[in-house]
Write a protein that binds this ligand. Sequence first.
Ligand code: ADP
Ligand code: MG
Length: 499
Amino acid sequence: SRKWARAMAILREFEENCGTPIGKLRQVADAMTVEMHAGLASEGGSKLKMLISYVDNLPSGFTTDFPYFSYTRDQGNFPGIDFSYVVLVSYHVDKDEKGLFYALDLGGTNFRVIRVLLGGKHGGVVKQEFEEVSIPPHLMTGSSDALFDYIAAALARFVATEGEGLHPSPGRQRELGFTFSFPVRQTSIASGNLMKWTKGFSIEDAVGQDVVGELTKAMERIGLDMCVSALVSYLVGSLIGMIYNLVNDIVGTLAGGRFYNPDVIAAVILGTGTNAAYVERAHAIPKWHGLLPKSWEMVINMEWGNFRSSHLPLTEYDQDLDAESLNPGEQIFEKIISGMYLGEEIVCRVLLKMAEEAGFFWTPNMSAMHHDTSSDLRVVGSKLKDILEIPSTSLKMRKAIVELCDIVATRGARLSAAGIVGILKKLERDTVKDGEKQKSVVALDGGLYEHYSKFSTCMESALKELLGEEVSDNIVIEHSNDGSGIGAALLAASHSQYL
Ligand code: ADP
Ligand code: MG
């Protein structure tokens, strides 16, 4: 029909505007490299924050089976350094990391509380338990107190389920690694101020606050609240004194990836949101005026979700989505490649437009459907069938929807690949020098990467296409399992007060 043809024209136009031919991807990769330089040159020099989280002595080819992360506890030794915090990652085997550790992973719409029992030097992770809790939408845009009260209460309830043999040793406080997946400027290992919210969160009174401080205050509040069960309120007393370590999920993912594979040079998270971190040479960071030896390497948290470039293929739907979002003008890269936006936002908007063009929402259709008194809603059925061809019997509509998903996912996946190539270019790992066989491993994590295989396959083939056969042989994409969860617990263990 004519209406169907109009709906299909919408799809074709969208497809065209989403195009990611190889030439465009190269421009995006180049723009990423340029922005990385700019963000490293000066504070605020780029949309990319390029947050420095100093990492020294990253293990390379180490032999222990346990990572040891240690942070400097304050910045007093390095006056004038504006980097957020210092992570010293080394393969320390003197300590006998064992005991019970907690982690709290606040990601997009869920958070997880994790309990890990470590068996000491060669025991690794003996036991691990976790619970996933979804965050009610109203708390994502409410007040800081409301959000952190909810998190604190869930943590207290989880701690209350400590089973046989899963208690902290006598005289020890519980220790927790807090993974906070939003841009934070860290001031120490146990504190950091929220720079801005992303991924659908917008809680104004939390911006600029120390997130660990907000959590500990919430612990105190629920400790005073008589509503919590007797067991929980008994426990909360000990939780108030809990020892916290703050870690950004992307830094955890990179450190965790490096632990398992010394060739890891970068990490990318594709989940509800997206971010990347990589290992930079210290001398290549002009904005860092530190006193530390310049031969050291540093982990840079790129906050790449905020990348934008005139080369990104943006459509009217992306512009509408952005304008109606909680953070217009920000996180543009995130808004075209990450899980929070692909389906609910982009596919949904295009489909809606197609339905509009097909006349599906014409008021006479609406009233006809509304007035349908037949027991099996025959009129509604026939409208759906005639206009939108929605019933599962319509192969045509099903195909169009699949195609729409393909267009949106393909664009996101290919642009993600271009972003990774941008990092490789920055590190001069995008070419093969003198037949060198040095592997460059990129650690990937996040629900989108993990569960959407068409997305990850497409991303990996775009990488091959961009890099060419010979270079691709040296680039490895590796799934880094749960750097933000287990990684945080390991972090808590490795600089435990008691070890
Ligand atoms: P977060 O980014 O919040 O830490 P995850 O890394 O676990 O969380 O990613 C969760 C996100 O991954 C979901 O919001 C969703 O967008 C995406 N996702 C999860 N499962 C799938 C799937 N089967 N297909 C596509 N995307 C998925
Ligand atoms: Mg996460």
